[in-house]
Design a protein around this ligand. Structure first.
Ligand code: PNS
Length: 164
């Protein structure tokens, strides 16, 4: 195994400043952090950005971290993590309301693969309310998103919703 590898999974539709906060923290803790983009979000049936667009935006904004790799995966997360030689899954926790769902997923993943642990990193307080779905709603209604999403994402959202 070449160093300690962790997987940071999600739908990243689109990547927010909160995600980047977790990516920075994960990249500092592990030799390599693989940001693994799932084709579909758990919450929404149809993503706003295609898988290729979400991967592309992540690649663009993760350039500052040389030990961060962007990939996508299908099927079970634990199978992907095992294939990639990762012993840890990294997730961000912001609001208390995330907890119940995350707890169930972590225990299910442990049941499926006891050799892989899920580590929760606390999001910076200023992003604890932030989610991709709120970002999309604000963008759709023409609200201001500076500081909440990286610039390339702001541009992509403006193009998508015809704003400026
Ligand atoms: O950003 P999201 O939509 O909350 O991410 C959810 C994600 C992709 C992490 C989750 O749905 C997932 O792990 N999907 C892969 C399929 C899988 O392994 N499901 C069992 C989880 S217990």
């Amino acid at each position: 195994m070449d160093g300690r590898i962790a997987i940071y999974p999600g739908s990243f539709d689109p990547v927010t400043a909160g995600h980047l906060d977790i990516i920075g923290r994960g990249a500092a803790l592990f030799d390599r952090l693989i940001v693994a983009v799932a084709p579909l979000s758990t919450a929404e049936k149809r993503p706003l950005f295609t898988l290729a667009e979400r991967v592309g935006l992540l690649r663009e904004v993760c350039v500052p971290w040389p030990n961060v790799e962007i990939d996508s995966f299908e099927g079970l997360l634990v199978d992907y993590a095992r294939r990639r030689g990762a012993r840890a899954i990294v997730k961000g926790l912001g609001a208390v309301s995330d907890f119940e769902y995350e707890f169930a997923m972590a225990l299910m993943n442990r049941r499926l693969e006891p050799g892989i642990d899920t580590l929760y990193l606390m999001t910076a307080a200023e992003f604890s309310f932030l989610s991709s779905s709120l970002v999309k709603e604000v963008a759709r209604l023409g609200g201001e998103l500076s500081g909440l999403v990286p610039d390339p994402v702001r541009k992509a959202l403006a193009e998508r919703f015809g704003g400026g």
